[in-house]
Design a protein around this ligand. Structure first.
Ligand SMILES: Cc1cc2nc3c(=O)[nH]c(=O)nc-3n(C[C@H](O)[C@H](O)[C@H](O)COP(=O)(O)OP(=O)(O)OC[C@H]3O[C@@H](n4cnc5c(N)ncnc54)[C@H](O)[C@@H]3O)c2cc1C
Length: 390
């Protein structure tokens, strides 16, 4: 039988394109099939249009997976510096925003441009508006796309997670994994804002737009960055990060005054008559303090508070318990946590141990990065690893 291509890659996102480029460079004939009308849609909207394309400090501890060791090999073989070198080769100006997060100075388009140029140089064929509906395997892979059946020696599934269905996200990767008898780690939205229940919404909804520095904790995980009150619940980087560890209806704990001991100030406020709102407004937005105190502090004059009362207020400020009633779901989630179980794959090549020549790369796998450029780094690294092997 005549093969249409050596390698077919399903999904023209970050991981699929990187894999295609590397395979093409090795002389493989490669075809990328993308369901949307253009490739790389998530790259274009990422990082607020400036693509946080990697994180200088990416390491395995920035990833969530049932097997936390799985990502190590790929991350070591294609590092943040390797992607930075590619960015520099194309003269893309970039900057570090914070915490190692690298963004384009101008636009995400520049990352797309470099990927397209690399595809051209590696003679990768890209077809858009190609919705792959079915895969079969006999001696080779048969990919059913629109009205055609295309054959290839190797097949790479790079169809991403479930987040943002209106941008082309499908569950195709998970269905294909099931079809080949592979495990799936339960998926859920992550890097996603929380929602209040109707009671809390009435109280805290008024604070939409207020942002403050905090430490947010859930189980044994904690993140220190801003939290943001929205008209539906809570967002901001610290909240998005903790959402990757949150289980439905569990409480989270917010330290509203990280590293600040306010016991002396509270005692002083009691003595001077400034009052609690006045004292706390030195550290936190006044609008927030007013509402927070109404809800969390017994209604009695400061002058009547005992030392024990002040200690209780201070403890509550450092460990404010909040129980979200859910998240804004896949429509707003930056990523999908869980996915195709890594136990069935080689961590060196992303090849499936049970089905030779079948590869999974990128977000469809059960490897999810923290906020801050880690998810693209996983897409580049896993795509590169497969690209060396297909
Ligand atoms: C709003 C937003 C902002 C983000 N910002 C950042 C950021 O700044 N930094 C960062 O590191 N991460 C960011 N992320 C996460 C990052 O975009 C993803 O983790 C990354 O794009 C995953 O790459 P991927 O190639 O695995 O999947 P995707 O980029 O999702 O690509 C999968 C592709 O497969 C296609 N596809 C699906 N099903 C089929 C099918 N049946 N047939 C053919 N094609 C199909 C899809 O149309 C899609 O183009 C952001 C995500 C979102 C939603």
């Amino acid at each position: 039988m005549v093969l249409d291509k050596d390698v077919i890659v399903i999904g023209g996102g970050a991981a699929g394109l990187m894999c295609a480029i590397e395979a093409g460079k090795r002389g493989r004939s490669v075809l990328v099939l993308e369901r949307s009308e253009k490739i790389g849609k998530k790259i274009l909207i990422s990082g607020g249009g400036r693509c946080n394309f990697t994180n200088r400090d990416a390491s395995p501890r920035n990833f969530v997976s049932r097997n936390p060791h799985f990502c190590k090999s790929a991350l070591a073989r294609f590092t943040p510096q390797d992607f930075i070198s590619l960015v520099e080769k194309y003269g893309v100006a970039y900057h570090e925003k914070k915490l190692g997060q690298l963004f384009c100075d101008l636009s995400s388009d520049e990352i797309m441009h470099l990927l397209e140029e690399e595809c051209k140089a590696a003679k990768v064929e890209v077809r858009v508006n190609c919705n792959v509906s079915k895969i079969e395997r006999n001696d080779h892979f048969q990919t059913h796309v629109n009205d055609e059946i295309l054959s290839s020696r190797s097949l790479v599934i790079a169809t991403g997670g479930r987040s943002i269905p209106k941008m082309g996200a499908t569950s195709f990767g998970y269905e294909t994994a099931k079809h080949f008898g592979l495990g799936i780690v339960t998926t859920r939205p992550a890097l996603v804002p929380f929602t209040w229940d109707s009671h809390d919404l009435k109280i805290y909804g008024e604070l939409a737009g207020v942002s403050l520095d905090a430490i947010v904790r859930c189980g044994n995980k904690e993140f220190r960055e801003n939290i943001l009150f929205t008209h539906k619940g809570l967002s901001g980087p610290a909240i998005l990060q903790i959402s990757s560890y949150w289980q439905n209806r569990h409480p989270i704990f917010i330290d509203l005054l990280p590293e600040k001991d306010v016991m002396d100030e509270l005692a002083q406020a009691r003595k001077s008559g400034i009052g609690l709102v006045g004292a706390l407004s030195k550290h936190l937005p006044r609008r927030f303090v007013q509402i927070w105190c109404e809800q969390n502090v017994p209604a009695k004059p400061m002058s009547h508070c005992t030392g024990k009362d002040l200690k209780a207020i201070s403890d509550c400020l450092h460990r404010w318990q909040v129980t979200p009633n859910g998240t804004e779901g896949y429509d707003k989630a930056e990523v999908t946590i869980g996915g195709v179980d890594t136990k069935d794959f080689s961590s060196q090549t992303m090849e499936c141990k049970k089905v030779p020549a079948l590869y999974f790369v990128g977000e469809v796998m059960d490897v999810t990065g923290h906020l801050g450029g880690y998810n693209f780094q996983w897409a580049w690294s896993s795509g590169f690893a497969a690209g060396q092997a297909v």
